[in-house]
Write a protein that binds this ligand. Structure first.
Ligand code: TXA
Ligand code: MG
Length: 344
């Protein structure tokens, strides 16, 4: 594949939507091509979700295994026709969550409706649906007139792109177009919630917290980590694979700041180039140690800057990247999950 990838601004200088450019991207989607676009979580690599041929191009461009299902992105109530909502035990929580949390960083896994081609769901009888909370994504879906199948717009196994430049780094020449909407606001992927079983199960923690899901559903929600780890070979959801969301360098999660400093010393003594992915509060203790990438202290800032930090330290030639563990509440659940996978 060797395409001339176009980079177009999604916003005008005054902050309004660049409708002409969004229309160009919509033409690409309608013509069966590949257009990357911003969402509030990470950039997506979009294709017409109703066309098996278009969706096949996503797998080829990303070098993604065919057994990894892709989320279909929607912009309005038409989503209900993409799922099979005949079972009220599925329909009621799905509608309640859609009403309370969409548009937003939540993917609902529901029984598949007939219009969705089999390769979108990797042959599964369930489909992942999400309404993204980003004006460009919503405008693009509406202008395309079809749901948009979109995984994160990175090569398979790499960290997800949180800026248009990251998309080009991974996929330039392999896709038709990138809409540049600036840096992603949330920075980690959506929470994937499976509503097809006896109890709602989080398949991937993400931008919407478990606490919020439990509040809307008024019942406990489990995180299916263990089950997925045990079954991941059989289960076609390799987003759940270990060693995913990974930078090129060896990635190590330290217990705390003293541990990080002592590991840095040990690696540096062996002649390795050590990158530090630290928070502002940790930066005084790490003064003069380079390369380093400094994130904000709040969980929301860490989520937003984590992947950019991994990419920057990779680009700075780090052979090892060190970071400290985060508290596992709210967004911390998703961050801790990505740190664990990146270090697997
Ligand atoms: O925030 C996000 O979710 C971003 C933006 C672009 O929307 N998308 C994203 O897509 O991260 P991707 O393909 O990189 O990760 C989607 C995850 C994968 O782990 C996939 O296995 C799971 O969702 N998934 C999608 N459809 C599924 C299905 N039908 N059943 C089970 N898991 C599914
Ligand atoms: Mg991905």
């Amino acid at each position: 594949m060797n395409l001339d990838t176009q980079l177009l601004n999604a916003f005008l200088a005054d902050g309004a939507l660049a409708h002409e450019n969004i229309a160009r991207a919509a033409e690409v989607i309608r013509a069966g091509g590949l257009a990357a676009f911003p969402t509030e979580t990470v950039y997506g690599l979009g294709a017409n979700a109703l066309s098996a041929d278009a969706v096949a191009k996503i797998f080829a461009a990303k070098q993604r295994p065919l057994n990894d299902p892709i989320i279909a992105h929607v912009a309005d109530d038409g989503w209900e026709e993409l799922a099979d909502l005949r079972d009220p035990r599925v329909a009621a929580p799905a509608r309640a969550l859609a009403r309370a949390c969409w548009p937003g960083p939540l993917t609902l896994v529901l029984p598949r409706g007939r219009r969705i081609p089999a390769n979108v769901t990797a042959g599964l009888d369930k489909v992942g649906l999400r309404m993204p909370a980003h004006p460009v994504a919503l405008a693009l879906i509406r202008a395309s007139g079809v749901p948009i199948a979109a995984p994160s717009a990175n090569r398979f196994g790499h960290t997800s792109p949180t800026a248009a430049a990251h998309v080009l780094d991974d996929l330039r020449g392999r896709i038709d177009l990138v809409l540049d909407g600036g840096p992603a606001r949330i920075g980690v992927e959506s929470t994937v919630l499976d509503l097809t079983g006896e109890t709602p199960q989080i398949l991937r923690p993400g931008g919407l917290s478990r606490e919020r899901l439990e509040e809307v559903l008024a019942r406990p929600v489990s995180i299916g980590q263990k089950q997925m780890r045990d079954q991941h070979e059989a289960m076609p959801a390799p987003g759940m694979l270990e060693r995913h969301y990974a930078p090129g360098a060896k990635f190590i999660v330290c217990k705390d700041l003293p541990d990080l400093l002592s590991q840095r010393g040990a690696f540096a003594a062996r002649g390795l180039r050590v990158g530090l992915l630290i928070t502002r509060g940790q930066s005084a203790a790490c003064a003069g140690l380079s390369p380093q990438f400094v994130m904000g202290d709040a969980l929301a800032e860490i989520a937003r800057e984590l992947y950019a930090g991994m990419r920057a330290l990779d680009a700075a030639g780090a052979q090892v990247i060190l970071i400290t563990q985060v508290e596992r509440a709210g967004l911390g659940e998703a961050i801790a999950d990505r740190l664990r996978r990146a270090s697997a």
